[in-house]
Design a protein around this ligand. Structure first.
Ligand code: SAH
Length: 367
């Protein structure tokens, strides 16, 4: 059962007209308001009643860390029950504002290259808690005139595995789309590749047509099992079958499916790995591979060199596989993919001390 704040507003205002409840919901999601007290479309007694019962935001702000380049902000937020999560805002060269949301406190998937995987799993986030990460940053942007605008894009690439929190994630998606006006093609849900859940998205009329990204990281079964404990004997075949089903259903033209591939030095970046990836890509149809520079975490892995990444990408392209590259943002504040671990003491000094990881910016994805 999902009890969203919207449902609670409707329940609380059951004695009022349906119009009043609708107004209250609109006020909650209006970027112009920073709290119930600013929702002046509502009467003062109504505002007070709502403020007493319905929290404006699910989180308490612990810290916001801007990156040195001024294009990334990491927020450390605390839930009502004292759990801490991280969420990241990024501004790209086109001025788009993307929030990377967390869907769980910690993560149970235990990928060897990911900082969140090392924390273990505490609990799922509720739909409102997912939505409020974006609302938090809209509020932050409004309070800081030097950072104009409102959030335009959302990626589910923060802490947690979205598809193992399916109902809450789906409810959050509906809220982003129906209440906050963020279109489904501006939202990407990234998954470790839980095939039964991926299949569920295909058959679920309530699942919106958002973009999907599958964290592949190796098309060689043994390498993938070593990197990702959720992988198993026959996984790649299952994923290939699902991908075929996806393209049968949605056609290749929409290109809303991406396979993510972190480039790990000597682990998955050799010619043999590129060839395995080419075979996988040819088998499933026209997928897009997004090559991701590895952001250092504990665990002894290192990032592929620039030359190796270029060579790998060229090999894919020469074989007709669409391969793009992801830019790294926010690595100086440990806000890059796979670096989120809700670690306050480590984070708080970062604004003043130049961090060890030099801020490296790869060129934006070019096909
Ligand atoms: N659980 C989901 C979403 C969180 S991870 C998933 O697995 O997709 C979001 C993306 O960041 C994934 O592609 C993930 O593999 C990648 N990632 C994780 N750790 C990383 C690291 N240290 N460097 C670069 N990317 C990383």
């Amino acid at each position: 059962m999902i009890e969203t704040r919207e449902e609670r507003i409707r329940a609380l205002l059951a004695d009022e007209s349906a119009f009043r409840a609708r107004q209250a919901v609109e006020a909650l999601f209006s970027p112009a308001n920073a709290g119930w007290d600013e929702a002046t479309a509502l009467s003062k007694p109504l505002r007070e009643r709502l403020a007493a019962e319905i929290p404006w935001n699910a989180f308490r702000e612990i810290a916001v860390l801007p990156s040195m380049k001024g294009d990334t902000w990491k927020a450390l937020l605390e839930t009502g029950d004292g759990n801490r999560i991280e969420t990241v805002l990024m501004r790209n060269s086109r001025g788009q504002l993307t929030v990377c949301v967390s869907t769980q406190v910690g993560c149970a998937m235990a990928c060897t290259f990911c900082a969140t995987g090392k924390m273990g799993f505490s609990r799922n986030l509720m739909a409102d808690e997912i939505v409020d990460q974006v609302r938090f940053f809209n509020g932050y942007l409004a309070r800081h005139p030097e950072t104009e605008g409102a959030v335009t894009n959302i990626v589910f690439m923060g802490m947690g595995e979205p598809l193992s929190n399916y109902e809450q994630v789906r409810a959050a998606l509906r809220t982003f789309i129906d209440r906050m006006g963020i279109g489904p093609t501006r939202i990407t849900v990234s998954t470790v590749g839980l095939v039964p859940m991926l299949t569920r998205t295909l058959d679920d009329p309530e699942w919106p047509p958002v973009r999907l990204a599958v964290s592949l990281h190796s098309a060689d079964p043994k390498t993938r099992r070593e990197l990702m404990p959720t992988s198993y004997e026959g996984f790649l075949d299952k994923l290939a079958e699902w991908t075929e089903a996806y393209f049968r259903k949605f056609s290749e033209k929409r290109r809303h499916l991406t396979f993510e591939y972190i480039m790990l030095k000597d682990v998955n970046d050799t010619d043999a790995h590129a060839d395995a990836l080419i075979r996988f890509a040819r088998r499933v149809g026209k997928v897009r591979i997004n090559l991701i520079p590895y952001n250092i975490t504990e665990g002894g892995l290192s990032k592929s060199t620039e030359e190796t990444i270029e060579r790998f990408q060229s090999r894919l392209k020469a074989a007709g596989v669409v391969a793009t590259r992801r830019r790294t943002m926010g690595d100086d504040i440990a806000a890059a993919c796979g670096q989120l671990a809700a670690n306050t003491p480590q984070s708080t000094n970062i604004q003043n001390t130049k961090s060890q990881t030099e801020h490296k910016t790869q060129e934006a994805s070019v096909a």
